[in-house]
Design a binder for this molecule. Sequence first.
Ligand code: IPE
Ligand code: IPE
Ligand code: MG
Length: 240
Amino acid sequence: MAQNIEAGRPQRNGLPRHIAMIMDGNGRWARKRGLPRTAGHAAGAETFRRIATYCKDIGIEYLTVYAFSTENWSRSKEEVGAIMGLLVKYLREAVESMEKDGIRLRVFGDVQGLSEEQRRLITETDEISRRVTGMQVNVCINYGGRDEIVRAAGRWAAENPGKTPTEEEFSRYLYSAGVPDPDLIIRSGGEKRLSNFLLWQAAYAELYFTDTLWPDMTGRDVENAIEFYRGRERRYGGVK
Ligand code: IPE
Ligand code: IPE
Ligand code: MG
């Protein structure tokens, strides 16, 4: 009977509320073209703008992107400088356009390690975000999953001496406080690892890896990832 066939079909997930992305492959994209790695980061920054607009247009509520890890400081001074310059440029643009575009912005990471200008811009984007509604973009800068957990533990201990937190209480001390866990994590660039990204929050995320290098990513790639996500059965340790 038609009804029974329907009942036997796997349930499909809806649109993910929260997508997180490891924007990897900028350097290889540049090298393939005989360009310096920094050119790959400039192209990657444009791709980020395009992908964020795509996610907003299809109704994603939260987008978290990995822009610079606590380990990325080990790269050359020139490369680090170029990435930091692009981040300043993005933050400046955000101050101008996020209200009009309906985008709230939050930075996840240790901002003490950033420049004074970056910190000032982040204070401004935080202020604007308080009065804007729309998709929330979390940009991870000087971010490390382990660093986030250690910091949260330190703050918890200072404020609640001798007490053990519940998972719910502890999560309020993370950079991601108040943000639902990512449903889907996309990594471009072909590597199949998390590289210290959202270690706590990724507990039950669906993971999607693509060989596409970040600067080449399009809305179509995100659509493919969402299609993959829709077909997954999320059991959270239970039995369906
Ligand atoms: C990701 O691209 C951007 C950052 C890590 C800042 P990469 O720079 O890691 O590019 P590949 O992996 O070397 O190609
Ligand atoms: C992860 O990419 C960090 C970002 C995308 C910002 P990496 O290129 O730094 O990671 P590994 O070195 O391949 O693990
Ligand atoms: Mg890389």
